[in-house]
Structure formats: structure tokens, C-alpha cells
Design a protein around this ligand. Structure first.
Ligand SMILES: Cc1cc2nc3c(=O)[nH]c(=O)nc-3n(C[C@H](O)[C@H](O)[C@H](O)COP(=O)(O)OP(=O)(O)OC[C@H]3O[C@@H](n4cnc5c(N)ncnc54)[C@H](O)[C@@H]3O)c2cc1C
Length: 429
């Protein structure tokens, strides 16, 4: 297994700069939001400042206005940004936009890049990705939404989607649909760029998840929408990447998205650990600091150990990506471990902060309450264990890539909490 632990000096420097950015700008801005500041104004000010400092679209090539970071430096940056729920947004590298920007960059025509990618890169618009359907989740080839060609000018789409993250705040949707039911299974689907709002793409509801919901979460994250697609007319110029290529493009996009989830979760868990450490070293009960209790020490030590593993795993994948090595197996494993990390680690940590952890006036509590898409106390990881493909299915894939060597290691496929992937979990709570 190739691995190099040396981080190049320029990557270290950018990590330090972003860490400072998050501490000096994003955390105070979070506080202002909680105190009632206007979200759009706060974010616009933050973005203007970030961009002026050259902190913008980390992995987007410089010729497109980004920082042009390679996979390793980007991973280090994302693992800092996740410490604030404004971090990624401040540098225009939030999901699901970031992964879809990648898709447009790689597969878009000049027309599509000019019209749709440019405003995304400028932070003027947001984009969502509509693949999953009630009939198609882990097995995306179950998609039923149809796209039929109408002359040479247009396609007409009919069907439904759900769990389209950020659809209700998006200006553009990337929608997958079946163009050729007779083609081989993975070549039946194509991807379309849809301008929103659009009468053919109707948001039926935002599906509640375990994330804390509130007005702010809806403006920032836009929820995870159920969408009715009825006679949605899409110009043929908006077909992305050619007919029949939708499935492969989707997988590529999801691969980055799930790593970024892991990176942000690791960062979020680190912040929760830091807050818990602050709390247990200052709070006393029965004449002793919490940090002097062995049980509390164990909890925090377990968290630190898990966090170390998750971080190392993501850095190794970034290293392999940097070197152009095959990382499919590791990527699948990362879905099983750091993807849902917030669920395991965050839960412990906030538990260590106890009462402070459930009171928004304390920092640990704010972490739980304020995270719009995913709160640290378990919700983040449960969401992340499904979006981008479910954990169990990735565990299977991880073993497939291994050529048999891991088949005996039953610990690879971690048992999930029963409610974390059942239909009950997915239904409104
Ligand atoms: C918070 C959130 C955000 C999301 N955002 C988006 C988005 O923006 N766009 C989008 O298109 N989709 C999105 N999704 C959908 C996500 O990709 C799907 O939920 C995921 O692929 C699982 O599909 P499913 O929910 O239909 O579960 P199912 O496919 O029905 O799976 C049910 C259970 O069976 C298990 N399972 C399935 N296949 C196997 C297998 N081969 N081996 C072992 N176990 C298996 C699964 O692990 C799971 O536990 C999001 C989901 C969530 C929770």
C-alpha cells in the first residue's frame, strides 16, 4: 500500500490560512447568525472577504477562478472548513454544489459552462442533483423517470425524485432520467440541466430528516426535496455529457461528494471534541473536575482515537488521488467509516458535555442546534451514511474490490443502528 506521510509545505501553508479563516471569521459569523443577523448579508460579507484573500472554490482550476488545489491540499482545507457550518459556504465549496460543479467542469459543453457553471463559480447561483427516486436508491439503475426526445430541439421528462438536497434553494437542477430502456443497464440514463424554478419540476415537500430543522436550515441547506416531474421540457442543448452517460457521470460525482462529507464530518467531530475537552476541564462535580473522571477520559480518548483513524483514512485516499492511483476500494471503505463519523464520534463528545450539550447557549449545544443539515450529536453521520449511496452497499463494494482478501473481516461491514437505514428512518419524524 503506497503511503507518504509528508505534507508539502504549500499544502501546510494553505491549511494554516484556512484554519485561521474559520476561527477568525466563520465562528464569529456563526455567532452573529445565532444572535439574529441576516443570513444572506452575513454570507455575502463573508464571501467577499474570503474571495479577496484568495480563498475561493478550493479545487476548481485557477483558470476558472478557483484555487486550483490538488486532492491532498483540498482534503486538508475541507477538514478545516467543516468546523463551521459557514466554512464551506464562505469559500463556495458547499455540497451538493461542489460535486456538481465538478461534473459540469468535466462534461459540460462551452455553452453549458458559460451559462450554468460560471454563475455557480461566482457564487451567484446554487445547484442540486436529482437522481434518487422512491424506486431507485442504492440501485440507481431502478430509476423510472423517463426522458423522451421531442424532435431535435427538446427532451420531455416525466417521473419523480426524492431526497434532492438543496432543491428548494437551487437555481439549477441536474436531473437524471432514462433515455433508452433497451440499452445495457448502465447506459440507459442521461443527465439534463434544468433551470429553476420550472413548472415541470415541482417541489412537493422538503422531507424532514434527523437534522435540526428551522428557518435558517431551510435558507442554507434547502432541505431534501421530493419532486414531481411533469412534462418537464429541457432543451437538447442542456443534455450533459451525451446520451447514455448519465450513470457513469453520477458515480463520479458521488465519489467526491462522499469524501467531502467525510472530511466535513471529521472537522465537525474535531470541533465537538475540542468543545467537550474545554467543558470537562472546567466543570467540576462532587469536588472533582470531569476530566479527572476515568470514564470521561475513556470517552474522550476513544473519540480522539476514532477521529485519528478517520482523518488518516481520508488523507490516504487524498494521497492516492494526488498520485493518480486506484482508490475505489478505499473510497468505499471511507463511506463505511468516516462518512457516518459524526454519528459515532459526535454523539460521545456531546454526551461528555452533557447539559451544556443540549443548551443552545453553550457552544456544544449550538453545535447540535445550529447545524442546519446535520447536527453533531449523531445526526450528521446518519444522514451521511445514506446520501451518496448507502453504507451497507459500499461495505459490499469495498470487499468486491479487494479481490477476496477482506472477505473474512466481518468488521469491515459495520453493523448499523437498526433505525439508521430502515424505511422508518427515511419517513418524516
Ligand atoms: C440526507 C440525505 C441527502 C441526500 N441527498 C441526495 C441528493 O442530493 N440527490 C440524490 O439523488 N439523492 C440523495 N440522497 C439519496 C441517497 O443517495 C439514497 O438515500 C441512498 O442511495 C440510499 O437509497 P435508499 O434510501 O432508497 O435506500 P435503499 O436502496 O432502499 O436501501 C435500503 C437499505 O438496504 C441496504 N442495501 C441496499 N443494497 C444493498 C446491498 N447490495 N447490500 C447490502 N445492503 C444493501 C441499504 O444499505 C439500506 O440500508 C440523499 C439521502 C439522504 C439521507
Amino acid at each position: 500500500m503506497a503511503i507518504d506521510f509528508e505534507i508539502p509545505p504549500d499544502a501546510k501553508a494553505i491549511r494554516a490560512k484556512v484554519r485561521q479563516w474559520v476561527q477568525d471569521e466563520c465562528h464569529p459569523a456563526e455567532k452573529r447568525l445565532i444572535e439574529g443577523a441576516d443570513y444572506k448579508t452575513t454570507l455575502a460579507e463573508l464571501r467577499a472577504k474570503a474571495r479577496a484573500q484568495g480563498l475561493w472554490c478550493p479545487f476548481i482550476p485557477q483558470e476558472y477562478g478557483g484555487m486550483g488545489l490538488g486532492p491532498l491540499a483540498n482534503a486538508l482545507v475541507q477538514m478545516e472548513l467543516g468546523q463551521s457550518h459557514l466554512g464551506a459556504l464562505s469559500m463556495n465549496t458547499q455540497g451538493p454544489d461542489d460535486a456538481t460543479m465538478l461534473t459540469l467542469l468535466q462534461h459540460g459543453t462551452d455553452f453549458q459552462k458559460e451559462k450554468y457553471l460560471k454563475p455557480l463559480l461566482n457564487g451567484e447561483k446554487r445547484i442540486c442533483y436529482s437522481m434518487t427516486e422512491k424506486a431507485a436508491g442504492a440501485d440507481a439503475t431502478g430509476m423510472q423517470t423517463r426522458a423522451e426526445k421531442q424532435g431535435n430541439e427538446n427532451y420531455v421528462l416525466n417521473g419523480e425524485k426524492w431526497f434532492s438536497s438543496a432543491a428548494s434553494v437551487a437555481d439549477i437542477a441536474v436531473v437524471m432520467a432514462k433515455t433508452n430502456p433497451d440499452a445495457p443497464r448502465h447506459q440507459q440514463f442521461s443527465t439534463f440541466i434544468v433551470e429553476l424554478p420550472n413548472p415541470g419540476y415541482r417541489i412537493a415537500r422538503d422531507i424532514e430528516t434527523m437534522a435540526v430543522e428551522g428557518p435558517l436550515s431551510h435558507i442554507m441547506g434547502g432541505g431534501h426535496s421530493e419532486v414531481k416531474i411533469e412534462n418537464l421540457v429541457v432543451p437538447a442543448d442542456n443534455l450533459l455529457g451525451g446520451e447514455g452517460n448519465g450513470f457513469a457521470m453520477g458515480q463520479h460525482r458521488l465519489a467526491y461528494g462522499r469524501l467531502r462529507h467525510g472530511m466535513h464530518n471529521v472537522a465537525m467531530a474535531q470541533r465537538a471534541l475540542d468543545l467537550a475537552a474545554q467543558h470537562v476541564t472546567s466543570r467540576s462535580t462532587f469536588g472533582k473536575k470531569l476530566s479527572d473522571r476515568q470514564g470521561v477520559q475513556w470517552m474522550l480518548a476513544d473519540c480522539a482515537a476514532e477521529l485519528y483513524q478517520a482523518r488518516l483514512m481520508l488523507l490516504h485516499i487524498a494521497y492516492k488521488a494526488e498520485k493518480g492511483l486506484d482508490l475505489r476500494q478505499e473510497n468505499s471503505i471511507a463511506k463505511v467509516v468516516p462518512g457516518p463519523y459524526g454519528a459515532q464520534g459526535g454523539g460521545h463528545r456531546v454526551a461528555a458535555a452533557r447539559c451544556a450539550g443540549i443548551q443552545p447557549r453553550y457552544a456544544a449545544g449550538r453545535l447540535v442546534h445550529a447545524y442546519p443539515l446535520a447536527a453533531s450529536g449523531g445526526r450528521a453521520g446518519r444522514g451521511a451514511s445514506l446520501d451518496g449511496g448507502p453504507q451497507c452497499a459500499e461495505g459490499v463494494r469495498a470487499r468486491r474490490h479487494d479481490g477476496g482478501g477482506l472477505r473474512r473481516r466481518s468488521d469491515l461491514k459495520r453493523e448499523r443502528e437498526p433505525d439508521s437505514c430502515s424505511p422508518i428512518w427515511l419517513s418524516p419524524r
